[in-house]
Structures are given as C-alpha cells and as structure tokens.
Design a binder for this molecule. Structure first.
Ligand SMILES: Nc1ncnc2c1ncn2[C@@H]1O[C@H](COP(=O)(O)OP(=O)(O)OP(=O)(O)O)[C@@H](O)[C@H]1O
Length: 235
C-alpha cells in the first residue's frame, strides 16, 4: 500500500506504517568522482532499532540522508513507509520528512538563534504554543538537560547540545528516527539514557530507529546491526 505523504497511516502496526518500513533497491550515489554508495539493497522492518556500522567514509551518513529524503540517489529506488522518495519532488519530500521523520545530525545542528526549548519545539507545528513548550520541556528533562531549556546552543556543552538535538528528533513521536553518531559526544550514562529512549520508542510505539555509530556498546544493544564497507552493505 502506498500511503499519502504525511497523511493517513495504516492501522496494522503501532507506528501506523505497516511492517516493512524502509526498502532500498540498487541504490547508488556519487559525490563527483567519489562513489559513496554502490548498489545498496536494504530492508528494515518497523519497530526496531538498527545500527549502521563500518569504518569512517564507508557511506553511513550518506545512507541516512537518502532514507530521510535529504539526498536523492543517482540510481536505485528508495521507499519509506510506503512513500517512493525517489519519485517525489523536493517539496513533497520536505513535507514528508517534517511529519514522519526525526533526524539527529552528526554535529547536532541546532538553530543558533533559538533557545534549546524553542529548538526542540520546532517539529511541533500544529500544537498550541503552551502545549508545545510543555512537551519540549518534558523531552529535554528526559534527556537530563531540562534545566538548560532557556539557554542558547552556544551557552551549553557539545554533549548537552547533542542531547537537545536528540530531544528535537523525538519530541513529535515520529515513526522514523534517523541518527548520525547520536552518542558521539556523550558520557557513558547519557549514552545509555539515549539508547534506552530509542529502544522505548521502538517497543512502546513501534518507531523505527536507524542510527550510524562507531560505538560497539550501542551497536550491540540495537535489535540489528548492518555493516557497511566501501559504500556497500556487507553483513
Ligand atoms: N559532500 C561531500 N562531497 C564529496 N564527498 C563526500 C561528501 N560527503 C561525503 N563524501 C565522501 O563520501 C564517502 C562516504 O561518506 P559518509 O560521510 O557517508 O561516510 P560515513 O561512513 O558516514 O563516515 P564517518 O563515519 O566518518 O561519518 C566518503 O568517501 C566521503 O569522503
């Protein structure tokens, strides 16, 4: 079934998206003469936490950007939650992403002019301002940075900013969470808290979390690990 972008969701799975969430077939992408992805085929079922691992430069970030519809492959097909992203134009992909996807970028990528609270409330368009602020505050608190809600990104540490970026990716309960090195600048206990939130999102509400990581502890706690090498999925 192909669902409307950002529209009606299927009721047969808690995420509302059916079982087969992500499907990539023969996906290739080049940056000029650099081949970043080569014939990648992948299928991820809904409701799981999946770790993408592999050496630096093997294509993990590029793959996450393609699944989010932020990059279009040069070849192949990408279907996510029943939507064919390779057939969708920029505007449709952007709208789809806002509704369905939470993305944690490798460098956090908070808006510098907004407080942590306002950054986290960004995906909550459509929620009344008061409700959005309360929800954003609760999510920041869950990640242990509730007391920093009114600070700006340049007034907190890298790890605190990263936790706010994770709060922003989770606050609207999206069916799909994509995270690029989400625990890279976190201490062990904050990293464990983040992992716990990802696992809960998957088991409690059927969300799917696809994360790129170099950390063994994170990869081995995920439901599944996908290993990449030189732009290909190898295991
Ligand atoms: N914007 C870009 N322009 C040119 N080449 C790029 C660009 N982004 C990535 N690459 C190249 O594409 C390949 C895959 O990069 P990618 O960032 O996807 O790897 P990665 O596995 O996420 O690496 P890391 O673990 O270091 O974050 C690398 O060879 C990289 O140098």
């Amino acid at each position: 079934m192909v669902t409307r972008v950002g529209g009606a969701r299927c009721a047969s799975h808690p995420s509302g998206w059916g079982m087969k969430l992500i499907e990539l077939v023969g996906v290739g992408l080049n940056y000029g003469s650099t081949c970043a992805l080569d014939e990648v085929g992948l299928r991820v079922d809904a409701g799981s936490v999946v770790a993408l691992t592999g050496p630096s430069g093997c294509g993990k970030s590029t793959l996450l950007h393609i699944v989010a519809g932020l990059l279009q492959p040069d070849e192949g097909r990408v279907q996510v939650g029943g939507v064919d992203l390779t057939a969708a134009n920029d505007r449709v992909r952007t709208r789809w992403r806002l509704v369905n996807c939470g993305f944690v970028f490798q460098l956090g990528d908070l808006v510098p002019e907004l407080t942590l609270l306002d950054n986290v409330a960004l995906p909550l368009h459509g929620v009344r301002a008061k409700g959005a602020a309360a929800l954003a505050r609760d999510t920041l608190a869950e990640l242990g940075v509730g007391d920093l809600a009114d600070r700006f990104p340049d007034q907190v540490s890298g790890g605190q900013a990263q936790r706010a970026a994770i709060a922003r990716a989770l606050v609207h309960n999206p069916p799909l969470v994509l995270a690029d090195e989400p625990t890279g600048s976190l201490d062990q206990s904050s990293g464990a808290k983040v992992l716990d939130l990802f696992l809960r999102a998957a088991t409690d509400r059927g969300a799917t979390v696809l994360l790129a990581t170099h950390e063994r502890a994170l990869a081995s706690s995920a439901h599944r690990e996908i290993r990449m090498l030189d732009g290909r999925v190898v295991a």
